[in-house]
Design a protein around this ligand. Structure first.
Ligand code: PLP
Length: 229
């Protein structure tokens, strides 16, 4: 729960949007080529409503069960919201994610790709997919290794026929993010993928400099989260 009752979500959202536009322009990009995903994980529906009222439409969640509890009610009232799965998926949860989300950012291994393909074939729903790349090669982090990315992308296309939109990364917390964003952009470019899901509260302006098309911002909009259990 958010314990900052005075936190003005609409104002914070406007500030982030202004900074996105400024970062895009100074990178020589049209601000319209960068979309903001408001990461609402851990925040209750009544913190999300003010963001929707302020015009925000793209939202990110990282846990299927939490999203299943919060979002069906919100989407009944706001059918034009777009829901992005940004958290890791166990393969047994992929079908649920395909059923609920419009975009999945965390296709990170063969089993998940295959489960997504099956769920799409069964339901006819085809959420845009992003492949998560573990650019920092961190053992505890999910994502395909950069060296395996080209082959995995090819397999997602030819074997699984996934609707691939791009790549996603989360740089190591203790490193400069820029080289990671540059690497992700390079892998996307050589594979003909246009979407780049990269950049969080601390580094979204840098990500935009390196070509981010989707930035995933939570704390800078909704305030500090209490840790998930
Ligand atoms: C939580 C989360 C974010 C948002 O992080 P902030 O630092 O709060 O902006 C972005 N991406 C992923 C994958 C996340 O899990």
């Amino acid at each position: 729960m958010n314990d900052q009752p005075d936190h003005d979500i609409a104002q914070a959202l406007q500030e982030v949007q202004d900074r996105i536009a400024t970062a895009a322009r100074s990178a020589g990009r049209d601000p319209a080529t960068v979309s903001l995903i408001a990461v609402s994980k851990t925040h209750p529906a009544d913190h999300i409503v003010p963001a929707i009222a302020a015009g925000q439409r793209l939202f990110g969640e990282n846990r299927l069960q939490e999203a299943e509890e919060k979002w069906p009610g919100l989407r009944d009232r706001h059918p034009d919201t777009e829901l992005h799965m940004i958290g890791g998926l166990q393969s047994r949860k992929v079908a649920g994610a395909v059923a609920l989300f419009d975009v999945i950012h965390s296709i990170d291994r063969e089993k998940v790709a295959a489960a997504a393909a099956r769920a799409m074939a069964q339901t006819g729903r085809r959420p845009d997919c992003y492949i998560q790349v573990n650019t920092g090669e961190e053992p505890q982090k999910s994502g395909v290794l950069p060296a395996d990315a080209d082959a995995f992308i090819e397999k997602c296309r030819s074997v699984h026929d996934l609707p691939l939109a791009g790549l996603m990364c989360i740089p190591p917390a203790d490193q400069e993010p820029a080289p990671h964003f540059a690497l992700l952009a390079k892998i996307a470019e050589r594979n003909g993928l246009r979407g780049l899901s990269m950049g969080m509260s601390a580094d979204y302006e840098i990500a935009i400099q390196f070509g981010a098309t989707l930035v995933r911002v939570g704390t800078a909009i909704f305030g500090v989260r209490t840790p998930q259990t």
